[in-house]
Ligand binder design. Sequence first.
Ligand SMILES: Cc1cc2nc3c(=O)[nH]c(=O)nc-3n(C[C@H](O)[C@H](O)[C@H](O)COP(=O)(O)OP(=O)(O)OC[C@H]3O[C@@H](n4cnc5c(N)ncnc54)[C@H](O)[C@@H]3O)c2cc1C
Length: 596
Amino acid sequence: MNYHKYDAVIVGAGGAGLMAALYASRGANVAVVSKLYPTRSHTGAAQGGIGAALGNLEEDHWEWHAFDTVKGSDYLADQDAVDIMCKDAVDIVLELEHMGLPFDRTPDGKISQRPFGGHTNNDTKKPVRRACHAADRTGHMILQTLYQQCIKNEVQFYDEYQFMDLLVTDGRVSGIVAYQINTGELHVFHCKAVMFATGGWGRLWNITSNAHSLTGDAPAVLLNKGYPMEDMEFFQFHPTGIYKMGILITEGVRGEGGVLINGKGERFMERYAPTIKDLASRDVISRAIYLEVAEGRGIEGKDYVYLDVRPETVNKYFEQDGIKNPDGSPRTITAEDIERKLPDIADFCRTYLGVDPIKDPMPIQPTAHYAMGGIPTDADGRVLVDAQGTILPGAYAAGEVACVSVHGANRLGTNSLVDLVVFGKRGGMAMMDFCNQVDLPALPDDPEGDVQAMLEFLLEGDSGTSAANIRKAMQEIMMRNVGVFRTEELLTTALERVRELKKQFRTVYVADKGKRFNTDLLEAWELGNMLELAEVTTLSALNRTESRGGHARDDYAERNDDDWLKHTFIQRDGENYQIDYKPVTIGRYQPQKRVY
Ligand SMILES: Cc1cc2nc3c(=O)[nH]c(=O)nc-3n(C[C@H](O)[C@H](O)[C@H](O)COP(=O)(O)OP(=O)(O)OC[C@H]3O[C@@H](n4cnc5c(N)ncnc54)[C@H](O)[C@@H]3O)c2cc1C
């Protein structure tokens, strides 16, 4: 057995994992296990910014940020956790700056901020500049900065090791089993605490902004061990993915003045959100695009619309809306501003679409983007094993994989990066304290036995269905039936289909029987995880008979606070699943109808 002993093991090296590692390593012996080389984690793809009420360009308060977050969440977020996030964001962004993160600057040297969807001045209801950015490469800069700091702190990295199992002894976490990708060997990490920071699972859908690696491995392993997931029905579709490809065009484009235009040349968001227009929250805009398309107002009647950031268009609407600079002068934008502020976006469009965003509008459609639900935790990252708040000692989760819940039914742009650093830090500190208080538990007998048996099952046989075919079928049905709009009929069909695919998966055929870089085997294993999450997502969506945030039911079009102001907990009960509920923590903000 390849054996390693640490105080704490962190699975995942994105923003959440690295922030946790940085803090846990101040007082504990920490290893980070990641299937990707750390700086290839999806956090590096985050474009637009990280939200914090610094008020560098205009008046702003963390309480305004908190209200916008709660409103954006369609009142499903837990308001105590939201307060922690929005308040801590201010200091943590400055801390990142002091670590060396190269933010863009205002002319007087402060961190530059731009508007983003759903972030408002609570008095005037107009967009406020809250998103701190480093061009359109904010996540890349966060990841590089945190990785450098971890190296400096001598955190041990196990790169290209795939987590496959959690070890639990007498009701306490005692380690993990990981597969070394370049050798095919199994490794046992024996430890007091494990943090899951494995990111999202957008690969369940065929149009997605998410990287290939985002397959929901940790939630699936936990579900299979009988632990619950929270609010799985809430998955965000970002309104502006590149048509047919899903590659994200940041909301920062609309923050800089870009507008959405339908096939009749209309700026249609004026109808759906008269005050905040193209900067309404993502769920609202994705539904508006879907409705425009459904009513035949897509471009040339097809299923996409335009995102237009050409200077002449933007300046026309700036003038029409009376948009001003902080000094009161009329705001304008030039081609050079776009090249400087959105260089990667300009590049993506030229490379993938052959469209120059300075000269032409960009064809876009909603793309599967972000998991609001996930592994239930408290505000210190401790994993909850039921709706009553019982914890699993030694288990932690942070980042997109976790559900604290600060995003409720719909996440505001820039709030994931905040979530990673705020709750990554808190989870890392809580883990360190825990490790200093407890002894190392014993390992279970034959710790890697289950993983070995599962890999043998996947590798046996010399015929069957390929993982790629099953995956494609799953992604298509999820996109069509468990997407922006849902109905009982669509969801029931999806559930049947996903269950059939799960059966087919039992005959999945892995052609490569080798040990080195066996991506065929790993992709098959990941597909098993995705099918598990597809089933619980669909079941949770079928169960919630209302519309809220990212979960829009055509057959139950209204939000229903009397019956549904509660979180869903779904967990295995033998071959079936059972659903339980946890009340939402309300604080200063009583649920209201959302008006933008
Ligand atoms: C294109 C794009 C743009 C975005 N822009 C923004 C933005 O501007 N602002 C914002 O706030 N949010 C943005 N988001 C969302 C945000 O970037 C993500 O939610 C966030 O980065 C997730 O970070 P994380 O640390 O939780 O996980 P990730 O950064 O996704 O990292 C996951 C880690 O887990 C590891 N891992 C996964 N499975 C395993 C396994 N089985 N074994 C071992 N390791 C494993 C991976 O190797 C990786 O290191 C964007 C997302 C996308 C896709």
